[in-house]
Design a protein around this ligand. Structure first.
Ligand code: 6PG
Length: 240
């Protein structure tokens, strides 16, 4: 179990930025590019800001190709857009090799199909695509990306990107599917805040039904890395 606990959200963000840079260097050295999926929500903002501020000259950003784990069905300039959050914290400040936005101005099913097409263009027909790093957050309900408890996307194994109706949010989200996330060379969860402690306990030390805690479905070959702050980890017995 790769669980790492940091004293504060700031320390977590700094460590996550260092991990991002290390994975980028390794991928660029070995494969000439770094295909990375950014997490949405609020937790990764501090990390993206550190990358923009402190790593401009420490990563060959021209070889970094940015994707998104999920997106809300809002335009790219909407305050809820994960793309907008990443643009404001990182992508406006650093010129990267390419950015692959999920086009949520399209109807959900079309947005998902268009994004899957864009992934196929980038990765070719390797099945499923192998991202070098996928960053994920965790909801207090155990969701990750937009894989929410008891939603249809949890069962999809023959597509890479799907539109996922989320009744409890009265919305539809676009999300990478479990097989794509589990094919990644590295998966890192960034989790901060006491409100995540209960879900973390269930996911890391419980035997909860993965349909109730979808983050349990994320089981890449080398296991995910869990980077937590002390508040989120307060109920976890076993940590590195
Ligand atoms: C989203 C994210 C989602 C997020 C968690 C945690 O679109 O909201 O992809 O999976 O990572 O909900 O969000 P916070 O970091 O805001 O707690």
């Amino acid at each position: 179990m790769n669980v790492h606990v940091y004293e504060s959200p700031e320390e977590l963000a700094g460590a996550a930025a260092r991990e991002f840079a290390a994975k980028a260097e390794e991928a660029i050295e070995e494969r000439g590019r770094f295909a990375v999926v950014l997490a949405g929500g609020s937790t990764p903002k501090a990390m993206y800001g550190i990358l923009a501020r402190d790593y401009a000259d420490r990563i060959d950003w021209s070889r970094v190709h940015v994707f998104f784990g999920d997106e809300r069905t809002v335009p790219p300039d909407h305050e809820d857009s994960n793309y907008r959050m990443a643009r404001e914290t990182l992508l406006e400040h650093i010129l990267v090799g390419s950015v692959h936005r999920i086009q949520c101005e399209l109807p959900p099913d079309e947005a998902a199909a268009a994004h899957e097409e864009e992934l196929r263009d980038f990765f070719g027909e390797e099945e499923p695509p192998r991202f070098d790093l996928i960053l994920l957050g965790l909801g207090s309900d155990g969701h990750t990306a937009s894989l929410f408890p008891a939603t249809s996307a949890l069962e999809v194994h023959d597509r890479w990107v799907v539109a996922n109706p989320v009744p409890k949010l009265d919305t539809t989200r676009i999300t990478l599917t479990v097989p794509v996330i589990n094919a990644a060379r590295s998966v890192v969860f960034l989790v901060a805040g006491e409100d995540k402690a209960g879900a973390l306990k269930e996911i890391l030390e419980g035997d909860a039904d993965p349909r109730e805690y979808p983050a349990r479905l994320i089981q890449p070959p080398g296991e995910p890395d869990w980077m937590l702050d002390r508040a989120a980890a307060k109920l976890i017995q076993r940590t590195a």
